[in-house]
Design a protein around this ligand. Structure first.
Ligand code: PLP
Length: 386
C-alpha cells in the first residue's frame, strides 16, 4: 500500500519545514572527522585475520547464532569473550548484548522498579532515555554535569514521592558525552552515591578503548568498586558491534532473567563475537601507538582552535569528540555541506537530536587523522562561519 497515514505525513512535513529531515546517505571517501572508529580498528587487517583464525581454530562454521542466548545461540565464544571482558575491565562479571542500544533498553527497562527513582543527566543518550521510558520507576533529569542540581532534584523527587524503605535511587550518566565530548566528575558522583545510598550507572561508550590504557574512564579513576553498572559498547573505538554490561554476579543473573532485549532476540553470530574478541586482543597488546596518535591529535586540535580563535564556540573537551555550536539547522547543515565539498566529512548535529539553539558541527578525531587535515578542516571552518 502506497498511502502513508495522514498523521505521519504531517510529522514528515514538519521535519521538512524545520530543516530536520533525516535521510540515509551512502558512505563516501571523504576525510573522516565523523566516524566513531577513533583508533582505526574497524579497518585493521590484523583484527580481520585474527577473527578468521579464531573461527577456524574452534571449528565454528555457522553463519548465524541460530537462536537467542537462552535457547540455541549461546555459542562457546560468548563465554570466552565475557570472561575476557570481566578481567580486562576489572569487573566481577560481563554480559554481552547485541548493541549498546539493546544493553541500555534492557538494563533500564528491567532494573529500576516501581517506587524507585532514576536521576539522569539531561544529555544522556537516546538509548538510555528509551530504556528509562520503558521502566516503571519515576525519572527526573538533572542539569548537565551539575552535582548541585542533582542533589536538589533528589530532594524534590523525594518530596514528590515519599521514599519507602525499599525504594532505590539510580543515578545515570555517561563518562564521555556523545554530543558534547565532555565528562562528569565521576569521583564526586561516586562519593555522592556512596554517601546517599544510590546506585551509579555509567555509559562508557565513548571512553572505552581510549581512557584507562585502553580500558575505560572508571578504570582510569580506579572506581570500579563504586559503580553499580557500566555499559561498554563495541561499535565505537573497538570498531566492531555489540555491547556489554559490567557488574556483579547477581546483576548478571538478574539481567539474564529479566532484560527483554537480551532474552527475546537472536544472539550475535560467532563471526561478530570473534571480531570483538580479536579487537580486544589487539587493544590489549598492540594499540598503545594508536592511542598515542589519537592523544596527540586531540592536543593538536585544541591548540589549533585556540590559534584560530575558535575556542569560544567549542564545548570544552579532552576526548575524541569536539563540538562547535552553530545555531539553526539550516546554517549548520550548510557549513557541513561546504566542508564536504572541500573533502571533509564533518557531520551537522541538528535539533531535535540536540536542543534548539545548540545545533553543532561535531568533529570526531581519530588516530589516523593527520596534523595537516586538522589544521585545514579548522581553517576552512573558520572562514565559513566568519
Ligand atoms: C552514549 C551511547 N550509548 C549507547 C549507544 C548505542 O550503542 P550502539 O551503537 O552499540 O547501539 C551510543 C551510540 O550511538 C552512544 O553514543
Amino acid at each position: 500500500m502506497e498511502r502513508l497515514p495522514h498523521k505521519l505525513q504531517l510529522k514528515l512535513s514538519e521535519r521538512l519545514t524545520n530543516g530536520s529531515m533525516r535521510s540515509l546517505k551512502k558512505g563516501g571517501d571523504l576525510i573522516d572527522f565523523s566516524s566513531n572508529d577513533y583508533l582505526g580498528l574497524a579497518g585493521k587487517k590484523m583484527i580481520n585475520e585474527a577473527t578468521t583464525a579464531i573461527l577456524k581454530e574452534r571449528n565454528l562454521n555457522e553463519n548465524g547464532a541460530t537462536g537467542s542466548r537462552l535457547l540455541t545461540g549461546n555459542h562457546i565464544l560468548y563465554k570466552e569473550l565475557e570472561d575476557f571482558l570481566a578481567l580486562y575491565h576489572n569487573s566481577k562479571t560481563a554480559l554481552v548484548f547485541n548493541s549498546g542500544y539493546d544493553a541500555n533498553i534492557g538494563f533500564f527497562s528491567s532494573v529500576p522498579q516501581r517506587g524507585d527513582i532514576i536521576l539522569y543527566d539531561e544529555l544522556v543518550h537516546a538509548s538510555i532515555r528509551d530504556g528509562i521510558k520503558m521502566s516503571n520507576a519515576k525519572s527526573y533529569k538533572f542539569k548537565h554535569n551539575d552535582l548541585k542540581n542533582l542533589g536538589e532534584k533528589i530532594s524534590l523527587s523525594l518530596r514528590a514521592q515519599s521514599r519507602s524503605k525499599d525504594s532505590e535511587i539510580y543515578i545515570v550518566t555517561e563518562s564521555v558525552f556523545s554530543m558534547d565530548g565532555d565528562s562528569p566528575d565521576i569521583k564526586a558522583l561516586a562519593d555522592f552515591c556512596a554517601k546517599n545510598g544510590c546506585y551509579l550507572v555509567i555509559d562508557e561508550a565513548h571512553a572505552t578503548g581510549i581512557f584507562g590504557d585502553g580500558k575505560d574512564l572508571v578504570c582510569q579513576l580506579g572506581l570500579e568498586e563504586k559503580v553499580f553498572a557500566r555499559i561498554i559498547t563495541f561499535g565505537k573505538a573497538l570498531g566492531s558491534h555489540g555491547a556489554v554490561v559490567l557488574g556483579s554476579h547477581d546483576l548478571k543473573t538478574y539481567l539474564v532473567n529479566f532484560a527483554r532485549s537480551l532474552i527475546y532476540t537472536t544472539a550475535l553470530s560467532p563471526h561478530t563475537v570473534a571480531s570483538v574478541l580479536s579487537a580486544y586482543q589487539y587493544l590489549e597488546t598492540s594499540s598503545s601507538a594508536d592511542r598515542l596518535e589519537l592523544k596527540e591529535n586531540i592536543k593538536y586540535f585544541k591548540e589549533q582552535i585556540q590559534f584560530l580563535n575558535l575556542n569560544g564556540g567549542f564545548i570544552e573537551s579532552n576526548s575524541a569528540i569536539h563540538s562547535l555550536i552553530i545555531p539553526r539547522n539550516e546554517r549548520v547543515k550548510q557549513v557541513s555541506k561546504n566542508l564536504q565539498s572541500e573533502g571533509f566529512d564533518v557531520k551537522p548535529i541538528l535539533s531535535p537530536t540536540v536542543k534548539a539553539g545548540q545545533e553543532r558541527l561535531r568533529f570526531c578525531l581519530h588516530s589516523y587523522n593527520t596534523k595537516e587535515e586538522i589544521s585545514r578542516v579548522l581553517s576552512i571552518t573558520r572562514n565559513l562561519i566568519k
